[in-house]
Ligand binder design. Structure first.
Ligand code: FES
Length: 406
């Protein structure tokens, strides 16, 4: 059964939405009883009775006012923005925003790292590489001249500086430079005792995202920041022609470049890796060869949420969710088409979340009974998945479920 409240929610006034939602829940409750199904007990929660005043009823986005959107390379768009309400962005260098982009009947979500100094202000910047077939990146580039605002969730993510380390080696490939640039622009000026090394691979100088800013940073702090450049294409490299590695940033090239880094730095460093999958695999292989423990390697992978995997299409039907949160147990009715996060928020339960797209694990919950299906890829650790954890923002119930919200 399709929940009509969810399909009309977008255009009805909020008091009618709430009324429709309650009426639908009651009808579904009675219908389940007539069908001979186990009828769950549920607690009627009004806004006053619940913590709904503190907890939103749906995923809440933050509106950003676009200050400037321009193509900064032939295939990357730079978007500078400020929060529409002037509130601080509350970002840590290396974190990402989830852009919610309406595309007709649905909203596509994409994670884009901040590519700026995290200065505690209301302003920031993302740089988006236009990918072949990419819905949101192509739309951002096509609308660059007229982009007025963006709706986002976050900042999210844990790809941030290891504050306990004093040596940091970064491996960036293509647009993977963006979170790393954010860390460098933020921390190189502020950590005079630290050493930073950047290995940066790009297709060509003209496609090299944030080239000028990063080169200027190394020039301003030559004792703190060393950059090892790598370009696939030798054309037009200018001053880089003599010193840069020319060719793909594969395992052999990475091995050579790491050998050029001060041994003391390599021995003490925390390593940070972000870029295309082959480049990340090559880098991780070289770090393994050098016996760098996994605890000293931080990686960031971005992938758009795909489809639901391994389960086929599940028909829309009403299901019962027993939610255990904050020492209380609450039974609510949801739909197989709702995520656990959406169902929990709609019931007024205080559900933690940040990116709302499977990229940060802030919404991790444990399913102790019933069947679910999750969108892939997501950032859940396979060991946690084996223990029954799921990401509430991209997991839907297939049957009645019991969920523990940490
Ligand atoms: S809110 Fe980020 S993974 Fe669910």
């Amino acid at each position: 059964m399709l929940n009509p409240a969810s399909s009309i929610r977008d255009w009805l006034p909020s008091f009618l939405v709430e009324g429709a939602r309650t009426a639908w829940r009651d009808v579904a409750h009675v219908t389940r009883g007539f069908r001979g199904e186990k009828v769950m007990t549920y607690e009627l929660r009004s806004a006053r009775e619940t913590d709904a005043g503190l907890s939103p009823r749906a995923v809440v986005t933050k509106r950003l006012r676009v200050l400037e959107a321009v193509m900064c390379t032939p295939s990357a768009v730079s978007v500078r923005f400020e929060t529409a309400d002037g509130s601080p962005l509350h970002a840590e260098a290396g974190q990402f925003l989830s852009v919610h982009w309406p595309t007709g009947v649905r909203i596509d979500k994409r994670a884009y790292s901040l590519a700026c100094r995290a200065d505690g202000s209301s302003r920031g910047r993302i740089v988006v590489k236009v990918v072949p077939g990419g819905v949101v990146s192509a739309a951002l580039a096509a609308n660059a001249g007229s982009l007025a605002h963006l709706d986002v969730t976050g900042p999210s993510g844990s790809f941030v500086l290891d504050a306990s380390a004093h040596a940091h080696v970064f491996f960036a490939g293509g647009a993977g430079i963006t979170p790393i640039a954010s860390m460098l622009l933020t921390h190189v000026p502020d950590r005079p005792k630290d050493r930073f090394v950047l290995v940066y691979g790009s297709r060509s100088l003209s496609e090299c995202i944030l080239h000028e800013e990063i080169a200027a940073l190394a020039k301003a702090y030559p004792d703190r920041l060393q950059i090892l450049w790598s370009f696939d294409d030798a054309e037009g490299l200018g001053a880089h022609a003599k010193s840069a590695h020319i060719g793909p940033l594969d395992a052999a090239a990475t091995r050579r470049l790491v050998a050029a880094i001060d041994r003391e730095v390599v021995d003490d460093a925390t390593f940070y890796v972000c870029g295309p999958a082959p480049m990340m695999a090559a880098t991780n292989a070289v770090l393994e060869e050098r016996s760098v423990p996994a605890s000293r390697v931080r990686t960031e992978r971005f992938a758009s949420p795909g489809g639901v995997v391994g389960t086929g299409v599940v028909a829309a039907k009403t299901v019962a969710l027993r939610m255990k949160a904050g020492g209380r147990t609450l039974d609510v009715l949801g739909s197989t088409k709702q995520t656990i996060l959406e169902a929990g928020l709609a019931a007024g339960i205080s559900m933690p979340y940040s990116c709302a797209m499977g990229g940060c694990a802030a919404c991790k919950v444990r399913v102790t009974a019933g069947e679910t299906q999750s969108e892939e890829p997501n950032c859940l650790d396979p060991a946690e998945a084996r223990e029954g954890y799921v990401l509430a923002c991209c997991t839907r119930p297939k049957s009645d479920v019991t969920v523990e919200v940490p």
